[in-house]
Design a protein around this ligand. Sequence first.
Ligand SMILES: [Zn+2]
Length: 437
Amino acid sequence: MTGFLLENATVVTGVPGADVIPDGAVFLDDGVVVSIGPRGTLRSPDTATRIDAGGGIVMPGLVNAHSHAADGLFRGLVEDLPLEPWLQTVWKAEGAILNADTVRLGARLGLAEMLLSGITATLDMFWYPFSTAKAAEELGIRLVGGGVFIDGKTSDGLDHRGHLAESEKFILGYRDHPHIHAAVQPHGTYTVGPSSLKDTGELARRHGVLWGTHAAETAFEQATVTKRHGRSVIRHLSDLGLLGPDVTLAHCVHLDEEEIALLASTGTNVAHNPVSNLKLGSGISPVPDMLAAGVNVALGTDGPISGNDLDPWLAMRLAAILHKGARQDATAVPAETAFWMATANGARALGLADRIGTLEPGKAADLILVDTGGAHATPMFDPVNFLVFAAGRGDVRDVFVGGEPVVRNRRLARADLAAIKRDVAALVPDIRASIGR
Ligand SMILES: [Zn+2]
């Protein structure tokens, strides 16, 4: 390998204080960013592949802090229901359709959509985690995944012990992988009992990997957990010793001040999923309060059945504008903050802050090139304002993960999207039949 030199670009590094280099260049080699600077100042071998960025923006890849990639198989199947009855129908379809092969297919679809949208890393929660990992290896995306838990025997035939064994096998199997990283993810505090939750936390900490779950997503969930355990979701997790900088909680919509303080003092990460929270009528997360308290808030797309697509740009734009409207305060969640939520904060929430999230020499070359040729990009007084308030996934031209081009000129480099779509179409009659349609 002799590297890539990206030139003729506005470089947005995402590093506070050094964040924009107009007419800049980035040289990547051997999987990492080697150097960043004004055009013509970087040393690179003559054999490096030169890429003309065409005046576009080179920036860190977007980090998705909460997804269920393979759920793309059920996109649009169940709509306009609140979370709990909606979940019952979704789980019926999942139970009938999912196996190691269909999950791999669904993950190919979901991860392909993510890469084409500029997501370079995702924290994914789904059954048959080895299938999603294989799809991630095929496509070249960075994945944090692994064992998932729910009480009782699941459709893959595994009970709690079985899932613990599967989870540990994933951790050991991917320990040294360059772009697949292990996590342990029970579904939630209302679907997994306290002693099982503790087992999963112990497993994650014994191996030093990330632990994550859904938390405080709906009022119904808060009421259920409070009735069962006499304490709210966040206090329940706190009492079980399951908060900390190695923990990422998806949603956190229903919180009081004391719970926000608990998240902040323990360094717990939160994945904000504005699209899913709005569409499922779950509520509006107190993101400005969490940010003010010092909580690391990242962004997630959630699954394509709770948001229909996996669009990080919509999540980022909503993170920046939703709270302005809800609070009648145009200063809530400034553009730069929303940008960091989608990049550096996401890296921290995935346990990969030392490796990704900003463009810096020595960090993994996970980066994207955003085209700025559109009418909606003209004029551009501030690239970060453009990225947050106007850019979309149609603007993503090239995507690199670990220094490797995985999307070039809006096409997957390592997989055939048409073949993936054909395979999904062949499964559609069975998916319909699974819920009697
Ligand atoms: Zn979710």
